[in-house]
Design a protein around this ligand. Sequence first.
Ligand code: BGC
Length: 724
Amino acid sequence: MVREADIDRIVSTMSLEEKARFLVGVGLPGWFGNPHSRVPGAAGETHPIERLSIPTIVLADGPAGLRINPIREGDERRFHATAFPVAVMLASTWNRDILEAVGRAIGEEAREYGVDIILAPAMNIHRNPLCGRSFEYYSEDPILTGEMAAAFVKGIQSQGVGACLKHFAANDQETNRMIIDTIVSERALREIHLRGFEIAVKKSKPWVVMSAYNKLNGVYCSQNRWLLTEVLRREWGFDGFVVSDWYAGDDPVEQMKAGNDLIMPGKAYQIDSKRGDEVEEIVRAVRDGRLSLEILDRNVRNILRVIVDSPSFRGYRYSDMPNLDEHTNIAYEAGAEGVILLKNDGALPIRLDARVAVFGTGQIETVKGGTGSGDTHPRYVVSIIDGLRGSGLLIDEELAEVYRRYVACMRGRDEYLVRMGLLAGSAAPSLPQDFLSEEEVEKIADRNSVAVFVLSRISGEGYDRKLEKGDFYLSDDERSLLERISRAFHRSGGKVVVVLNIGSPIEVVSWRDLVDGILLVWQAGQETGRIVADTLIGRINPSGKLPVTFPIDYDDVPSWSFPGEPKDNPQKVVYEEGIYVGYRYYDTFGVDPAYEFGYGLSYTRFEYRGLELERIGEAIKIAFEVENVGGYPGKEVAQVYVKAPKGRIDKPFQELKGFHKTRLLKPGEVERVELELDLRSLASFDGWGWLLDKGEYEVRVGSSSRDIRLIGRFTIEEERRYNP
Ligand code: BGC
C-alpha cells in the first residue's frame, strides 16, 4: 500500500517541469498528431512519470455506459460496451440498488477495458426542459439526484475504478456553455444546484469531481476557489482530485490556485494559440512568483493519491472481455423499472391475442440514448419493432414492411444498416411521419385492435433543444398522423397507445386526449425494444415515477431566463427562479402541471396506511405501510415530502426529503417502510448557514408530489443553526 509518506517522497523528487506536466493531460487522444489513447475512444490520459514508475491513467466517458471506440485499426476484435438506459430513466426507477448495479456493471467494463476513471455520473439539475443534455442528468430535484448519484458511484468504485461527478456546478444548458456566466444566489446554489453533489461526495466518496465549463457568478467554475476549495474540500471533505471539463476556463494558473488539480485534455494551444500551453504557463508562473510551489505540490498530491489506487498503477491486467452478456440483463432490469405509465384508459396491458399496428419511424430508428460524450457503442440496439416481434404479439407485418421500406428509402442507405439499428442513436434528422393516407390508416384500423405510435426525440451535447414543432411540440406531420390513427381506431373500437422515446419532457396536453395510453420509455439503451414490448404486454408492470415535471406548456416553466441574455448570443443567465425549480415552483405558486413530479401509474393500485412519526435524537423516524390492493404484482415508489413552517425565510410548499421503492408486492402483499430524516436535512440556507425554523413540520407521504396519502406532524421547539 502506498502511504502519505510515500506520496511526499515522490513529490519531493519531482522537478518543476515534471510537476507541471503531471497537472495537465496529454492532449485529446487521436487529435493534433497526439498518439491514440491506450484505450481508443477514451476521453483523456494523464502524463506518466516513467522515472518514478507512475503510469498514465485513462479517463473515459459515461454516464449511459462506457464510451470507447468499438473498432480498432488492425484489430479484428470488437470493443463494445453496454448501452444502459439514460440517467433520467435511471432516476425514474427511484431505486438505489439498480443504480448501484448499473454502476458496478459500467465499472467492470471500464476495468476490463483498461480504463481507470469513468467520467460519470452527470448531475446537473433539470432547470429547463430544453437543456440538450437533460437525458444525461437525473432530476429537477437535488435529493433524488444526490441519492441516485451516490448509489451509482458506489457501484462503479466497488470495481476498483474511479467515478467522476460532473459538471460542478450550475451547468444546466448547452447554449454558449463554455463562456456563459451563471448568476445564482447562494441559497439556490446551496439548496438546489450544489445539494446533489454534496450528498454524493459525502455518501460515496468519489475519486474525482469535474469542474464545469461555465462561470459561476462571474468566475469560471474551474477557476473558482470558493467552489472547488472552500465548499468542495473544506466544507464537504472531498479528498479526491478535481479535473477541468475539456478545454474549460481561460487561465491555467487560476485553475491551479482554485484547486482544479488536473487540466484536461491538455495542449489547448493546439486549438487556441492565444491560450498558450498550460504546462509552460504553469512553469513560468512558478518561476516569476505568480504561483507557489505549495499549491503545485498540493495539486500533484491530490492526483497522486487517486492514481496509486488505480488499476493502471496496480498493474491490473485487463482482459478486454467484460461480461457483456450479464450486463444485458442489468440494462434490461434498469429499464424495466424506469418505464413510466403516464396515461391508461383501459388500453394497457395489451392482450396477447390483440392485433397490433405499429406506427412511427421510431419503431425502427429507436433512440437508445443521446448524442455527444454521453453516447455509447453497444453490440446492438433492440428496436421497438423487433422487441414487439419477440414478445408474442400479433404485429401487423404488412405495415411494418411499409415502415421498413420507407425508412430505408428515405435514409437512402443500405436497408440492412437501418434494420441492424446502426442508425439508432445517431442524430439524423427525424423523418416526416405523415405518409399514410386517411384510407390507408382506416384499412389498418379495420384489421387491428391496437395502434402503437412511437414518438422519438434525440438531443445531446453542444446544443439545446428547440421550442419548436418537431422538438418540444409535435410536428405537424406527427400531429396529423396521430389524429388519423385516433379517428380510425376509435371508430372501430380500437385503442391507441403512444410510446414516448424521448430524453426530456415534450408538450403533451394538446394531444393526449386523442389517445388511450401513454408510455414514457425514455431512451432505454440497447434493450429498449424488449423493455417497451414487455411493458406493453404486462410482463413488466410500470413502476417508474417522474423525476421531472411535465409542464402544461413551456410558458409555465419557471426558468424564464433560459438560455440567457442577450437572446441571440447569451453571455449571462440569471437564475431568477432561485430555489423555485421544478415542482418547488409549481406547488408553491399554484401552477398545474401536465404530469407532476413523482407521478407514474401502474397496472395495479397501492394503498398507504399507518403513518408513525418518532423523534429519535437528531432525526425523525418515519414508518408506514404500503399494500398492493390491485390485481397485478407491482412495485411502488413511496415518496416523503416535508412542508416546513413559514419562518424567517420563504420556503417552497413542500420538498422531497426521502423515498423508498418497495420490493415486488403480490396482490394483497404489504411492505412496512421505515426511513429516517436528519433534522439538518430539513433546514434552509439563509445566507449565513443552514437554519431549521421552529414550528410545526408536516410530513406528507404519497405516491406522487400531488397524490399525498398520509400526513403527520411534528414540532421543532427551538430554532437551530448548522454550519455549512
Ligand atoms: C463534456 C464532458 C465530457 C468531456 C470528455 C466534455 O465536452 O462536457 O461531459 O466528460 O467532454 O469527453
